[in-house]
Design a protein around this ligand. Structure first.
Ligand SMILES: NC(=O)c1ccc[n+]([C@@H]2O[C@H](COP(=O)([O-])OP(=O)(O)OC[C@H]3O[C@@H](n4cnc5c(N)ncnc54)[C@H](OP(=O)(O)O)[C@@H]3O)[C@@H](O)[C@H]2O)c1
Length: 244
């Protein structure tokens, strides 16, 4: 019960990596608020978790690209909970690899609006609530943001590289307020996002595609007291695909 009495916010919690993060935080005693656009999927996941951990989890249909909706949601959170301790910026979308010259501005705008502006909107609103008692932010970046796209297009790569830079900048700025800011760079993870990717296991030293639970376990470490001296880092969870 490492996270008893902690309030955690997770974006993109209704499937894949985000759902695993929500489940693990609820398993360890946190009050979890998660966001996703698909109302039916949000409710199904929240109900399932609340059957195991009554009252632990609430879902909200909020599009992180919509700054006004995000701000209104934070006002509600402030009124009801008055604090948050943990923010996990996980929601993201991805375009599969294609030549840069064929990638239209509309694709860039779509990807950056979720993967970068979504993180900006949610983080901006979280800071007053986190500053009250200190806390943790974890941004889900990607191996692609470190090494370039293996299976993904340049818009995705650029958005994730931006997240790694943003993480460092926020870590410097918010450190004096006792807010740790870190990123995780997953390699290939078995979710809907990678369903159509042709992944060569021989390129991965551990010969495995990560499960969402592997990424969630790394998130839980970074938001735990054990990681209190870690900030501004990008933790690779990729089976050895990128060895620095
Ligand atoms: N899977 C991988 O191999 C891999 C590798 C590296 C990094 N990542 C990163 O890990 C994160 C999670 O990926 P995943 O594989 O779990 O993806 P996924 O299965 O496609 O899930 C994405 C989640 O984000 C939510 N979402 C998307 N757009 C949103 C928006 N505008 N507002 C609110 N929520 C939104 C989705 O819910 P709704 O559609 O209902 O909104 C869904 O819950 C992403 O940031 C991704 O880039 C994944």
């Amino acid at each position: 019960m490492r996270f008893e009495k902690k309030v955690a916010v997770v974006s993109g919690g209704n499937r894949g990596i985000g759902e695993a993060i929500v489940r693990q935080l609820a398993n360890e005693g946190a009050q979890v608020l998660f966001l996703g656009k698909d109302v039916a999927r949000n409710e199904k996941v929240a109900q399932d978790i609340n059957r195991q951990h009554p009252g632990s989890t609430q879902s909200y249909s909020v599009d992180v690209t919509d700054e006004q909706a995000v701000n209104e949601w934070w006002n509600k959170v402030d009124k009801v909970f008055g604090r948050i301790d943990i923010l996990v910026n996980n929601a993201g979308i991805c375009h599969l690899a294609q030549p840069f010259s064929e990638l239209a501005d509309t694709s860039w705008q779509e990807t950056l609006s979720v993967n970068l502006y979504g993180v900006i909107h949610l983080t901006r609103g979280s800071i007053p609530l986190l500053k009250k008692q200190g806390g943790k932010i974890v941004n889900i970046a990607s191996l692609a943001g470190e090494v370039g796209g293996i299976a993904t297009a340049a818009d995705y790569v650029a958005s994730k590289a931006a997240i790694i830079g943003l993480t460092k900048s926020l870590a410097r700025e918010l450190g004096p307020d006792h807010i740790n800011v870190n990123a995780i760079a997953p390699g290939f993870v078995r979710t809907q996002m990678t369903e159509k990717m042709d992944i060569d296991l021989n390129c991965i030293p551990l010969r495995r595609i990560a499960e969402p639970e592997d990424i969630a376990a790394a998130v839980l470490f970074l938001v735990s007291e054990e990681a209190r001296c870690i900030t501004g880092t990008t933790l690779d969870v990729n089976g050895g695909l990128y060895l620095k």
